[in-house]
Design a protein around this ligand. Sequence first.
Ligand SMILES: Cc1cc2nc3c(=O)[nH]c(=O)nc-3n(C[C@H](O)[C@H](O)[C@H](O)COP(=O)(O)OP(=O)(O)OC[C@H]3O[C@@H](n4cnc5c(N)ncnc54)[C@H](O)[C@@H]3O)c2cc1C
Ligand code: SF4
Length: 326
Amino acid sequence: MKQFQYIRPSSQQSVIDAVSKSGAKVIAGGSNLVDLMKNGVMAPDKLVDIQKLPLKGINTYKGGLTIGSMALNSQVAENDQVKKHFPLLSMALNAGASAQIRNMATVGGNMMQRTRCSYFYDTAMPCNKRNPGSGCGAIGGINRMHAIFGASDKCIAVHPSDMCVALAALDAVVVVQGRKGKREIPFTQFHRLPGDHPELDNTLAKDELITEVHLPDNRFAKNSYYLKLRDRASYAFALISVAAALEMDGNVIKDVRLAMGGVAHKPWRHTAAEQMLKGKPATVANFEKAAAVAMQGAKAYEYNDFKLQMAPAAIVEALSHAAGLI
Ligand SMILES: Cc1cc2nc3c(=O)[nH]c(=O)nc-3n(C[C@H](O)[C@H](O)[C@H](O)COP(=O)(O)OP(=O)(O)OC[C@H]3O[C@@H](n4cnc5c(N)ncnc54)[C@H](O)[C@@H]3O)c2cc1C
Ligand code: SF4
């Protein structure tokens, strides 16, 4: 590992000033960044540790809940307000990683974690995300974990987070602070598709720090479910995951949110399927129709075509759980 400087400022402004310099990188729990440094994938000159910033709070406000970016994944998953009002988020967090990692991993770090594409981690292989212009090892390689929505001819990687799939479904808003001030980013606009610039995972500027995530109040608590399909029962990233949330009026779906993980470069919201379900009875037949709408435009590669069958089945299963049908 190359030598680097390490600082631990105690004010937000000092952190922002430090990270705006080239070669500097924020470190929170370190559970992703240190791995990437050990593998030679990232090589910052300076680490700016943000553990001293008072960003761990989880508080209610008029209209919702606000979660500090340094709140631990385990702390959020076990928080009473989260479990009561946003159980979907709690389920998604508990489906991720292991208890030990959830005790180190922060909300901001989880949002910013890099893809788990094995070619990205292997510095002997071409990868446009790690080394722009070098090519993509996964497109003609073993692409079993890769995207079926929104990929480009430059990158077919998926975003690995479970938490982010729930946040996309719950209409979360990301609050960031930079040298030009504060900015709010709707969650579905925080991560980006690869296009011609797969090296950019998200819309955060170099000098910006994630400070909070807002969760607006909703009526989904009674009928929500996070389904994660993976190779092992725990400690594995999603092949496919589904966040499903329903607001019911008797047997009729008044409102619905549907998002997927393991399928795209960002958590993938299925707004057309949501529209299709609104006002309809919660039946398996309607969930199958919604899954067919959701799958329009899906494209598989040599080793991940099983996702074309797995994804619609997962959508039906998650919605059925959320509706209490199974
Ligand atoms: C073995 C293993 C299994 C895992 N399994 C899963 C899984 O199943 N599901 C899942 O969702 N995750 C999984 N993870 C990922 C884990 O959840 C992330 O590593 C963790 O959430 C990252 O948080 P951190 O605080 O440690 O981030 P760090 O490693 O400290 O930082 C990660 C990135 O975020 C940036 N960053 C951190 N905080 C901020 C901020 N406030 N503002 C701006 N930038 C910031 C850093 O600069 C860095 O680029 C797994 C990790 C491991 C090691
Ligand atoms: S899919 Fe993306 S991350 Fe993976 S090798 Fe290709 S460019 Fe790199």
